[in-house]
Design a protein around this ligand. Sequence first.
Ligand SMILES: NC(=O)c1ccc[n+]([C@@H]2O[C@H](COP(=O)([O-])OP(=O)(O)OC[C@H]3O[C@@H](n4cnc5c(N)ncnc54)[C@H](OP(=O)(O)O)[C@@H]3O)[C@@H](O)[C@H]2O)c1
Length: 350
Amino acid sequence: MTLLLYGAYGYTGELIAREAVDRDMDVIVAGRNGTKTRGVGIQLGTESRVFPAEDAADNLDGVDAALNCAGPFVETYEPFVEACLESGTHYLDITGEFPVFDALAERDREAEKAGVCLLPGAGFDVVPTDCLAGHLHDRLQGATHLRLGFEAPTSVSGGTVASAIEHASAGGKVRRDGVIEEVPLGGKSRTIDFGNGPKNAVRIPWGDVSTAYYTTGIENVEVYTAMPELAARAVELSGPVSTLLSVEPAKRGLQALGRQLATGPSEEERERGRTYVWGEATDGERTVTSRLVTPETYALTVDTATTAAGRLESDDANLTGYHTPATAFDPEFVLELDDVEGFFDDVEEG
Ligand SMILES: NC(=O)c1ccc[n+]([C@@H]2O[C@H](COP(=O)([O-])OP(=O)(O)OC[C@H]3O[C@@H](n4cnc5c(N)ncnc54)[C@H](OP(=O)(O)O)[C@@H]3O)[C@@H](O)[C@H]2O)c1
């Protein structure tokens, strides 16, 4: 079974490619830059394929699953998904971008017909929160409201900054009565104990606002992250500035700067960092809370994406259609990953 990994010389893509080779998976590394792609292929001893994302259809020969690590994904997912549906190849990515989740959910029937699985969000965004959502739903089947969140170390890669800037002008997002709504960025502070003591937290437009609905059917979803009060206020005040990012040259300039400044966590940060993941579901009478403790977010992404790709490739997976990580496997999937602790469960009455 062969996995093609696109974006293989990016910060995260290269880490995943190394891990997949370490796990003896049959990997083809791919990307748009010939020198960099072939460099990774030579280092890892794999085949390499050089092509722009738009030419995916001509480059999936002999591939069973394509794992797209080239973000911002709004710029790369479409030709890959078309090519995968056409050639009967499973598609996975590590996106956290709403337009990608929503677009893939709409192609569920086509993917079923083509006999392929579409699995976006196979990274930190959204594997642990999605599995927690599934677990909370199993605990309280009649839940009407779901809140998820995390406290994570702060180093990020250039690609993550570029992707965040790509969508910054779209503001915050929540799901209300089944529909995704725009809300002010950084609004609605509250105190949450993610598992590492109570912290100020703000609402963020995280992928679960899209995916948790497909995992649980719960129609009201919000996602929070820990943020000191001063920083949260600054994000709130940045609302008018973020609309400037809908102006293409301003967005591109800031993305280029972000790519230069953000180099991603060091190996030591990836090895030592811990991330606290929290969720609560309520039906208005009972509230159930569960938590997970996981490795640092990029270290976890390497494990989630590689494990998910391995599972999809395996002969007995037989998955077709659009899936979230928890529907593709099950909520316990996250507990199979290295160094993940949980689920830690509480119940509150009334
Ligand atoms: N789900 C998660 O939790 C999670 C975790 C980590 C990363 N991510 C996401 O994954 C993406 C990559 O992150 P990263 O840390 O690896 O960033 P990175 O170091 O900037 O790497 C991005 C890679 O994608 C390629 N790429 C970007 N746009 C492309 C396009 N239009 N066509 C072809 N290739 C393109 C880049 O090639 P060039 O250098 O040639 O542009 C590079 O190989 C980001 O969107 C990030 O937000 C998600």
